[in-house]
Design a binder for this molecule. Structure first.
Ligand SMILES: *Cc1c(COP(=O)(O)O)cnc(C)c1O
Length: 400
Protein backbone atom coordinates (compact mmCIF):
# COMPACT_ATOMS: atom_id res chain seq x y z
CA UNK A 1 0.00 0.00 0.00
CA UNK A 2 1.30 3.48 -0.81
CA UNK A 3 1.95 6.06 1.88
CA UNK A 4 -1.13 7.80 3.25
CA UNK A 5 -0.49 11.29 4.57
CA UNK A 6 -1.80 12.49 7.91
CA UNK A 7 -3.04 10.42 10.81
CA UNK A 8 -5.15 7.35 10.37
CA UNK A 9 -8.56 7.83 12.03
CA UNK A 10 -8.82 4.90 14.46
CA UNK A 11 -12.51 5.23 15.32
CA UNK A 12 -13.16 1.66 16.35
CA UNK A 13 -14.42 1.37 19.95
CA UNK A 14 -11.06 0.11 21.14
CA UNK A 15 -8.16 -0.03 20.86
CA UNK A 16 -8.43 3.76 20.83
CA UNK A 17 -6.09 6.57 19.83
CA UNK A 18 -3.05 6.51 22.10
CA UNK A 19 -2.10 10.10 22.96
CA UNK A 20 1.44 11.26 22.17
CA UNK A 21 2.09 11.86 25.88
CA UNK A 22 1.39 8.20 26.59
CA UNK A 23 3.48 6.99 23.63
CA UNK A 24 6.41 9.08 24.86
CA UNK A 25 6.00 7.81 28.42
CA UNK A 26 6.23 4.22 27.17
CA UNK A 27 9.37 5.01 25.16
CA UNK A 28 11.83 4.73 28.08
CA UNK A 29 14.34 2.02 28.95
CA UNK A 30 12.76 -0.95 30.66
CA UNK A 31 13.69 -0.93 34.36
CA UNK A 32 14.40 -3.69 36.89
CA UNK A 33 10.98 -4.84 38.03
CA UNK A 34 12.49 -5.95 41.37
CA UNK A 35 14.32 -2.67 41.91
CA UNK A 36 13.32 0.23 44.21
CA UNK A 37 12.11 2.57 41.44
CA UNK A 38 9.66 0.00 40.18
CA UNK A 39 8.00 -0.41 43.57
CA UNK A 40 7.25 3.31 43.67
CA UNK A 41 5.73 3.18 40.17
CA UNK A 42 3.66 0.10 41.04
CA UNK A 43 2.31 1.62 44.25
CA UNK A 44 1.42 4.90 42.54
CA UNK A 45 -0.50 3.34 39.63
CA UNK A 46 -2.43 1.00 41.94
CA UNK A 47 -3.35 3.93 44.21
CA UNK A 48 -4.56 6.01 41.27
CA UNK A 49 -6.41 3.14 39.59
CA UNK A 50 -8.48 2.93 42.77
CA UNK A 51 -9.62 6.49 42.11
CA UNK A 52 -10.62 5.52 38.56
CA UNK A 53 -12.65 2.54 39.85
CA UNK A 54 -13.91 4.65 42.78
CA UNK A 55 -12.93 2.02 45.29
CA UNK A 56 -11.02 1.89 48.56
CA UNK A 57 -10.59 -1.86 48.05
CA UNK A 58 -7.98 -3.88 46.22
CA UNK A 59 -6.92 -3.58 42.58
CA UNK A 60 -4.70 -6.00 40.67
CA UNK A 61 -3.04 -5.43 37.29
CA UNK A 62 -2.50 -8.29 34.84
CA UNK A 63 -0.18 -8.29 31.84
CA UNK A 64 -3.09 -9.54 29.71
CA UNK A 65 -5.91 -8.46 27.44
CA UNK A 66 -9.34 -7.85 28.94
CA UNK A 67 -10.29 -11.48 28.41
CA UNK A 68 -7.65 -12.46 30.98
CA UNK A 69 -9.27 -10.25 33.60
CA UNK A 70 -12.66 -11.84 32.79
CA UNK A 71 -11.14 -15.23 33.51
CA UNK A 72 -9.40 -13.94 36.65
CA UNK A 73 -12.70 -12.66 38.09
CA UNK A 74 -14.37 -16.05 37.66
CA UNK A 75 -11.55 -18.41 38.69
CA UNK A 76 -10.71 -16.50 41.86
CA UNK A 77 -14.21 -16.25 43.30
CA UNK A 78 -16.07 -19.36 42.09
CA UNK A 79 -16.01 -23.17 42.24
CA UNK A 80 -16.57 -25.83 39.57
CA UNK A 81 -20.23 -26.17 38.64
CA UNK A 82 -21.33 -22.92 40.33
CA UNK A 83 -24.44 -21.35 38.84
CA UNK A 84 -23.77 -17.89 37.43
CA UNK A 85 -26.42 -15.49 36.14
CA UNK A 86 -25.41 -13.56 33.01
CA UNK A 87 -27.39 -11.22 30.77
CA UNK A 88 -27.30 -11.32 26.99
CA UNK A 89 -26.65 -7.67 26.20
CA UNK A 90 -24.61 -8.52 23.08
CA UNK A 91 -21.46 -10.13 21.77
CA UNK A 92 -19.20 -9.36 24.74
CA UNK A 93 -21.71 -10.79 27.18
CA UNK A 94 -21.90 -13.87 24.91
CA UNK A 95 -18.11 -14.24 24.97
CA UNK A 96 -17.93 -13.96 28.76
CA UNK A 97 -20.72 -16.55 28.95
CA UNK A 98 -18.73 -18.89 26.68
CA UNK A 99 -15.63 -18.40 28.82
CA UNK A 100 -17.62 -19.28 31.97
CA UNK A 101 -18.88 -22.46 30.30
CA UNK A 102 -15.37 -23.48 29.28
CA UNK A 103 -14.18 -23.01 32.87
CA UNK A 104 -16.74 -25.53 34.09
CA UNK A 105 -19.22 -23.09 35.57
CA UNK A 106 -22.96 -23.34 34.92
CA UNK A 107 -23.87 -19.95 33.47
CA UNK A 108 -27.49 -19.10 32.80
CA UNK A 109 -28.11 -16.51 30.12
CA UNK A 110 -31.07 -14.17 30.59
CA UNK A 111 -32.10 -13.37 27.00
CA UNK A 112 -31.75 -9.86 25.63
CA UNK A 113 -32.51 -8.18 22.29
CA UNK A 114 -29.00 -6.76 21.65
CA UNK A 115 -30.51 -3.24 21.73
CA UNK A 116 -31.10 -2.87 25.48
CA UNK A 117 -29.17 -3.14 28.71
CA UNK A 118 -29.45 -5.74 31.46
CA UNK A 119 -32.99 -5.54 32.88
CA UNK A 120 -32.88 -5.08 36.68
CA UNK A 121 -36.46 -6.40 37.00
CA UNK A 122 -35.68 -9.65 35.17
CA UNK A 123 -32.55 -10.12 37.28
CA UNK A 124 -34.45 -9.46 40.52
CA UNK A 125 -37.20 -11.93 39.49
CA UNK A 126 -34.68 -14.64 38.65
CA UNK A 127 -32.88 -14.18 41.98
CA UNK A 128 -36.15 -14.35 43.93
CA UNK A 129 -36.81 -17.67 42.20
CA UNK A 130 -33.56 -18.97 43.76
CA UNK A 131 -34.39 -19.29 47.49
CA UNK A 132 -31.59 -21.87 47.97
CA UNK A 133 -29.05 -19.30 46.70
CA UNK A 134 -27.59 -21.63 44.08
CA UNK A 135 -26.61 -18.64 41.98
CA UNK A 136 -23.18 -17.55 43.16
CA UNK A 137 -22.59 -14.56 40.91
CA UNK A 138 -24.38 -12.11 38.62
CA UNK A 139 -22.06 -11.10 35.74
CA UNK A 140 -22.85 -8.09 33.58
CA UNK A 141 -21.20 -6.00 30.89
CA UNK A 142 -21.50 -2.33 31.90
CA UNK A 143 -20.96 -0.89 28.43
CA UNK A 144 -21.78 -3.47 25.74
CA UNK A 145 -19.28 -2.55 23.05
CA UNK A 146 -21.06 -4.55 20.36
CA UNK A 147 -24.27 -2.50 20.67
CA UNK A 148 -23.48 0.87 22.26
CA UNK A 149 -25.77 0.21 25.21
CA UNK A 150 -24.82 0.96 28.83
CA UNK A 151 -26.51 -1.08 31.55
CA UNK A 152 -27.77 0.58 34.74
CA UNK A 153 -25.56 -1.14 37.28
CA UNK A 154 -26.82 0.88 40.26
CA UNK A 155 -30.38 -0.29 39.49
CA UNK A 156 -29.23 -3.91 39.19
CA UNK A 157 -27.56 -3.57 42.61
CA UNK A 158 -30.87 -2.37 44.06
CA UNK A 159 -32.68 -5.32 42.46
CA UNK A 160 -30.18 -7.80 43.97
CA UNK A 161 -30.57 -6.18 47.39
CA UNK A 162 -34.36 -6.12 47.11
CA UNK A 163 -34.28 -9.87 46.34
CA UNK A 164 -32.06 -10.29 49.44
CA UNK A 165 -29.75 -12.49 47.39
CA UNK A 166 -26.09 -12.95 48.39
CA UNK A 167 -24.70 -13.51 44.85
CA UNK A 168 -21.51 -11.64 44.00
CA UNK A 169 -21.90 -8.87 41.42
CA UNK A 170 -19.22 -8.88 38.72
CA UNK A 171 -19.10 -6.14 36.10
CA UNK A 172 -17.08 -5.81 32.89
CA UNK A 173 -16.08 -2.15 32.44
CA UNK A 174 -13.52 -2.80 29.71
CA UNK A 175 -15.06 -0.14 27.44
CA UNK A 176 -16.50 2.14 30.11
CA UNK A 177 -13.87 2.72 32.81
CA UNK A 178 -12.65 6.32 32.53
CA UNK A 179 -15.23 7.09 29.81
CA UNK A 180 -18.58 6.64 31.55
CA UNK A 181 -19.34 7.25 35.24
CA UNK A 182 -18.64 4.09 37.23
CA UNK A 183 -18.59 3.53 41.01
CA UNK A 184 -17.27 0.18 42.26
CA UNK A 185 -17.82 0.80 45.98
CA UNK A 186 -21.01 2.87 45.86
CA UNK A 187 -22.73 0.38 43.54
CA UNK A 188 -21.65 -2.57 45.66
CA UNK A 189 -19.76 -4.30 42.87
CA UNK A 190 -17.65 -7.26 44.00
CA UNK A 191 -15.35 -7.66 41.02
CA UNK A 192 -14.86 -5.04 38.34
CA UNK A 193 -13.03 -6.11 35.19
CA UNK A 194 -11.26 -3.50 33.02
CA UNK A 195 -8.70 -3.23 30.24
CA UNK A 196 -6.09 -0.76 29.06
CA UNK A 197 -6.92 -0.13 25.41
CA UNK A 198 -10.23 1.72 25.53
CA UNK A 199 -11.04 4.64 27.83
CA UNK A 200 -7.65 4.35 29.51
CA UNK A 201 -5.99 5.41 26.22
CA UNK A 202 -3.22 2.79 26.36
CA UNK A 203 -2.19 0.14 23.86
CA UNK A 204 -3.67 -3.32 24.49
CA UNK A 205 -1.89 -5.48 27.04
CA UNK A 206 -3.00 -4.58 30.57
CA UNK A 207 -6.16 -5.59 32.36
CA UNK A 208 -7.50 -5.16 35.86
CA UNK A 209 -9.66 -6.57 38.64
CA UNK A 210 -11.04 -4.33 41.38
CA UNK A 211 -12.00 -6.61 44.25
CA UNK A 212 -14.42 -6.12 47.14
CA UNK A 213 -13.85 -7.56 50.62
CA UNK A 214 -16.73 -9.98 50.00
CA UNK A 215 -15.11 -11.25 46.78
CA UNK A 216 -11.78 -11.62 48.57
CA UNK A 217 -13.48 -13.69 51.28
CA UNK A 218 -15.15 -15.85 48.60
CA UNK A 219 -11.76 -16.43 46.97
CA UNK A 220 -10.47 -18.10 50.13
CA UNK A 221 -12.85 -21.04 49.71
CA UNK A 222 -13.43 -20.91 45.93
CA UNK A 223 -12.15 -24.06 44.22
CA UNK A 224 -11.61 -23.32 40.54
CA UNK A 225 -7.91 -23.92 39.77
CA UNK A 226 -5.89 -20.74 39.35
CA UNK A 227 -2.25 -19.82 39.36
CA UNK A 228 -1.34 -17.02 36.93
CA UNK A 229 -4.56 -15.20 37.84
CA UNK A 230 -4.47 -15.86 41.61
CA UNK A 231 -5.38 -12.75 43.57
CA UNK A 232 -3.56 -13.78 46.76
CA UNK A 233 -0.06 -13.66 45.25
CA UNK A 234 -0.85 -10.55 43.20
CA UNK A 235 -2.12 -8.73 46.30
CA UNK A 236 0.78 -9.84 48.48
CA UNK A 237 3.37 -8.48 46.00
CA UNK A 238 1.18 -5.53 45.05
CA UNK A 239 1.25 -4.12 48.59
CA UNK A 240 4.78 -2.94 47.86
CA UNK A 241 4.12 -2.16 44.20
CA UNK A 242 5.56 -5.40 42.82
CA UNK A 243 4.29 -8.38 40.84
CA UNK A 244 4.76 -12.14 41.39
CA UNK A 245 6.01 -12.37 37.78
CA UNK A 246 7.35 -9.99 35.14
CA UNK A 247 4.91 -7.11 34.67
CA UNK A 248 4.37 -5.19 31.40
CA UNK A 249 6.83 -2.56 32.62
CA UNK A 250 6.61 -0.09 29.74
CA UNK A 251 2.83 -0.22 29.61
CA UNK A 252 2.87 0.73 33.28
CA UNK A 253 4.87 3.87 32.40
CA UNK A 254 2.07 4.58 29.95
CA UNK A 255 -0.58 3.89 32.57
CA UNK A 256 1.08 6.37 34.94
CA UNK A 257 0.89 9.06 32.23
CA UNK A 258 -2.68 8.18 31.20
CA UNK A 259 -3.90 8.41 34.80
CA UNK A 260 -2.18 11.79 35.13
CA UNK A 261 -3.98 13.01 32.02
CA UNK A 262 -7.36 11.79 33.26
CA UNK A 263 -6.98 13.50 36.63
CA UNK A 264 -5.64 16.71 35.05
CA UNK A 265 -8.83 16.91 32.99
CA UNK A 266 -10.95 15.67 35.90
CA UNK A 267 -12.98 12.46 35.65
CA UNK A 268 -16.30 14.31 35.59
CA UNK A 269 -15.09 16.45 32.70
CA UNK A 270 -13.93 13.31 30.90
CA UNK A 271 -17.39 11.78 31.31
CA UNK A 272 -19.08 15.01 30.15
CA UNK A 273 -16.84 15.15 27.06
CA UNK A 274 -17.80 11.60 26.15
CA UNK A 275 -21.49 12.33 26.72
CA UNK A 276 -21.24 15.43 24.50
CA UNK A 277 -19.61 13.51 21.67
CA UNK A 278 -22.14 10.70 21.97
CA UNK A 279 -25.06 13.16 21.77
CA UNK A 280 -23.53 14.94 18.78
CA UNK A 281 -23.06 11.57 17.06
CA UNK A 282 -26.65 10.50 17.66
CA UNK A 283 -27.85 13.82 16.23
CA UNK A 284 -25.77 13.17 13.13
CA UNK A 285 -27.18 9.64 12.78
CA UNK A 286 -30.76 10.91 12.99
CA UNK A 287 -30.07 13.74 10.54
CA UNK A 288 -28.73 11.15 8.09
CA UNK A 289 -32.09 9.43 8.45
CA UNK A 290 -30.49 6.35 10.02
CA UNK A 291 -31.23 4.64 13.32
CA UNK A 292 -29.18 4.37 16.51
CA UNK A 293 -29.15 0.71 17.62
CA UNK A 294 -29.65 1.52 21.33
CA UNK A 295 -33.36 1.66 22.10
CA UNK A 296 -33.52 3.33 25.49
CA UNK A 297 -32.16 6.90 25.96
CA UNK A 298 -31.30 6.07 29.59
CA UNK A 299 -28.94 3.41 28.23
CA UNK A 300 -27.22 5.36 25.45
CA UNK A 301 -23.48 4.77 25.55
CA UNK A 302 -21.07 7.66 25.93
CA UNK A 303 -18.26 5.51 24.49
CA UNK A 304 -19.57 4.45 21.11
CA UNK A 305 -22.61 4.58 18.85
CA UNK A 306 -23.78 1.59 16.80
CA UNK A 307 -25.60 2.71 13.64
CA UNK A 308 -28.14 0.50 11.86
CA UNK A 309 -27.87 0.63 8.08
CA UNK A 310 -31.04 0.32 5.94
CA UNK A 311 -32.03 -3.24 4.96
CA UNK A 312 -30.27 -4.33 1.81
CA UNK A 313 -27.12 -2.35 2.68
CA UNK A 314 -24.01 -4.20 3.90
CA UNK A 315 -22.55 -2.17 6.77
CA UNK A 316 -19.13 -3.71 6.13
CA UNK A 317 -19.20 -2.37 2.58
CA UNK A 318 -19.75 1.13 4.01
CA UNK A 319 -16.81 0.58 6.37
CA UNK A 320 -14.62 -0.60 3.49
CA UNK A 321 -15.47 2.45 1.37
CA UNK A 322 -14.68 4.76 4.28
CA UNK A 323 -11.34 3.06 4.95
CA UNK A 324 -10.32 3.18 1.29
CA UNK A 325 -11.33 6.77 0.67
CA UNK A 326 -10.68 8.46 3.99
CA UNK A 327 -8.26 6.22 5.89
CA UNK A 328 -10.67 5.78 8.80
CA UNK A 329 -11.44 2.52 10.62
CA UNK A 330 -14.92 2.06 12.10
CA UNK A 331 -16.09 -0.87 14.22
CA UNK A 332 -17.66 -3.83 12.44
CA UNK A 333 -20.95 -5.47 13.40
CA UNK A 334 -20.19 -8.35 15.77
CA UNK A 335 -22.02 -11.67 16.09
CA UNK A 336 -25.60 -11.44 14.94
CA UNK A 337 -25.17 -7.76 14.10
CA UNK A 338 -22.61 -8.56 11.36
CA UNK A 339 -23.38 -6.50 8.25
CA UNK A 340 -26.27 -4.72 9.98
CA UNK A 341 -24.41 -2.05 11.94
CA UNK A 342 -21.20 -0.10 11.95
CA UNK A 343 -19.88 1.32 15.19
CA UNK A 344 -18.41 4.77 15.70
CA UNK A 345 -15.99 4.82 18.63
CA UNK A 346 -15.90 8.22 20.36
CA UNK A 347 -14.00 7.23 23.48
CA UNK A 348 -10.53 7.83 24.81
CA UNK A 349 -8.29 10.67 23.67
CA UNK A 350 -10.79 12.48 21.45
CA UNK A 351 -12.02 16.03 20.89
CA UNK A 352 -14.68 18.01 19.04
CA UNK A 353 -12.77 18.42 15.79
CA UNK A 354 -11.70 14.76 15.73
CA UNK A 355 -15.38 13.93 16.04
CA UNK A 356 -16.27 16.33 13.21
CA UNK A 357 -13.62 14.71 11.01
CA UNK A 358 -15.00 11.30 11.90
CA UNK A 359 -18.59 12.25 11.11
CA UNK A 360 -17.55 13.96 7.86
CA UNK A 361 -15.85 10.72 6.81
CA UNK A 362 -18.98 8.72 7.61
CA UNK A 363 -21.25 11.19 5.82
CA UNK A 364 -19.14 11.14 2.66
CA UNK A 365 -18.70 7.37 2.86
CA UNK A 366 -22.45 6.81 3.08
CA UNK A 367 -22.91 8.85 -0.11
CA UNK A 368 -20.12 7.03 -1.95
CA UNK A 369 -21.50 3.65 -0.87
CA UNK A 370 -24.86 4.68 -2.31
CA UNK A 371 -26.73 4.52 1.00
CA UNK A 372 -29.94 6.54 1.05
CA UNK A 373 -28.91 9.07 3.70
CA UNK A 374 -29.37 12.83 3.87
CA UNK A 375 -26.04 14.70 3.93
CA UNK A 376 -27.14 16.63 7.01
CA UNK A 377 -25.48 14.81 9.91
CA UNK A 378 -22.26 16.80 10.06
CA UNK A 379 -24.22 20.06 10.30
CA UNK A 380 -26.49 18.67 13.02
CA UNK A 381 -23.52 17.52 15.08
CA UNK A 382 -21.73 20.82 14.55
CA UNK A 383 -24.78 22.82 15.64
CA UNK A 384 -24.80 20.86 18.88
CA UNK A 385 -21.06 21.15 19.53
CA UNK A 386 -21.25 24.86 18.72
CA UNK A 387 -24.05 25.34 21.24
CA UNK A 388 -22.03 23.46 23.85
CA UNK A 389 -18.90 25.46 23.10
CA UNK A 390 -20.81 28.72 23.55
CA UNK A 391 -21.74 27.52 27.00
CA UNK A 392 -25.38 26.95 26.23
CA UNK A 393 -27.56 25.67 29.03
CA UNK A 394 -28.83 22.09 28.68
CA UNK A 395 -32.24 23.44 27.62
CA UNK A 396 -30.72 25.62 24.91
CA UNK A 397 -28.64 22.63 23.80
CA UNK A 398 -31.71 20.46 23.48
CA UNK A 399 -33.23 23.12 21.23
CA UNK A 400 -30.09 23.47 19.10
C1 LIG B 1 -12.91 -5.12 24.24
C2 LIG B 1 -13.83 -5.78 25.19
C3 LIG B 1 -13.58 -7.05 25.72
C4 LIG B 1 -12.44 -7.91 25.29
O1 LIG B 1 -11.24 -7.44 25.72
P1 LIG B 1 -9.88 -7.99 25.06
O2 LIG B 1 -8.87 -6.99 25.52
O3 LIG B 1 -10.10 -8.03 23.59
O4 LIG B 1 -9.62 -9.34 25.62
C5 LIG B 1 -14.48 -7.54 26.66
N1 LIG B 1 -15.54 -6.83 27.05
C6 LIG B 1 -15.83 -5.63 26.55
C7 LIG B 1 -17.04 -4.89 27.02
C8 LIG B 1 -14.98 -5.06 25.59
O5 LIG B 1 -15.27 -3.85 25.09
Amino acid sequence: MSHRAGRHFLQIPGPTNVPDRVLRAIDFPTMDHRGPEFGELGKSVIADLKKAFKTAGDVVIYPASGTGAWEAALVNALSPGDAVLMYETGQFAALWHKLATRLGLAPEFLPGDWRSGADPVAIGDRLRADPQHQIKAVCLVHNETSTGVTSRIADVRKAIDAAKHPALLMVDTISSLASIDYRHDEWGVDVTVAGSQKGLMLPPGLSFNAISRKALEASKTAKLPRSYWAWDEMLASGKNGYFPYTPATNLLYGLREALDMLFEEGLDNVFARHARHAEATRRAVRAWGLEVLARNPAEYSGALTAVLVPTGVDADHVRKVILEHFDMSLGTGLGKLAGKVFRIGHLGDFNDLMLMGTLAGVEMGLQIAGVKAKPAGVQAAMDYLFACARGATPVQRAAA
